[in-house]
Design a protein around this ligand. Structure first.
Ligand SMILES: [Zn+2]
Ligand SMILES: [Zn+2]
Length: 191
């Protein structure tokens, strides 16, 4: 039998004998924390505590972080409720930006793939310097210019079938083709 305070001393000696951040000691610590989470009734302690917030540096109410220390004390967030809210918003914004950046990169990669499939250059004048200035012009359905974003989640087979109906043209040639189309349309109205 050991006295309570002696037990704590022994326990701390033993845990210090293990390298502090070794996988084994981290695992043991997480197991103790999980044990308290399973064991302690969450309605038996306050869910906010007044602490110094690490963002605004004021003594403010901080929410319970839904975790316990390895010695079974509830852990509270390091930011006050207001700063925590602000931070979540910032994280959400950053996440949105990252997702849209990824989507943009993916669109770019797919566009390169489509352009390469159609020969890599304007089919009328051979222009190939700017990715942005190359467009997909639908040969038969004039009003149905292919919007790349529509094809993003199509299978490659379906995309290929669609691309086969398109000419790769640069922006200038595209506009000239529009002019020609308008001219032809007007002439056919006159006849
Ligand atoms: Zn704060
Ligand atoms: Zn061209």
């Amino acid at each position: 039998m050991v006295r309570y305070d002696a037990r704590i001393l022994l326990w701390s000696l033993r845990s210090h004998a293990m390298a502090k951040n070794s996988p084994a000691s981290l695992k043991a610590r997480n197991e103790r924390r999980a044990y308290w989470k399973r064991t302690i009734d969450p309605s038996s302690f306050p869910h906010t505590a007044v602490k110094r917030c690490i963002s605004c540096n004021e003594m403010k109410e901080c929410k319970w972080a839904a975790t316990f220390t390895q010695t079974g004390h509830p852990e509270y967030k390091s930011r006050c409720i207001e700063c925590q809210k602000k931070r979540y918003k910032e994280i959400a914004t950053k996440k949105r930006e990252r997702i849209s950046k990824n989507a943009k990169r993916r669109r770019q990669e797919l566009k390169i793939k489509y352009i390469e499939y159609l020969g890599g250059k304007c089919s009328r004048c051979g222009y190939n310097r700017s990715l942005r200035a190359l467009t997909f012009h639908h040969r038969t359905r004039h009003d149905k210019e292919r919007d790349l974003s529509q094809m993003l989640d199509w299978s490659w087979e379906r995309v290929k079938a669609e691309l086969d109906k398109c000419d790769l043209v640069c922006f200038n040639c595209h506009m000239e083709m529009e002019d020609e189309f308008e001219r032809r349309k007007n002439e056919s109205h006159k006849n």
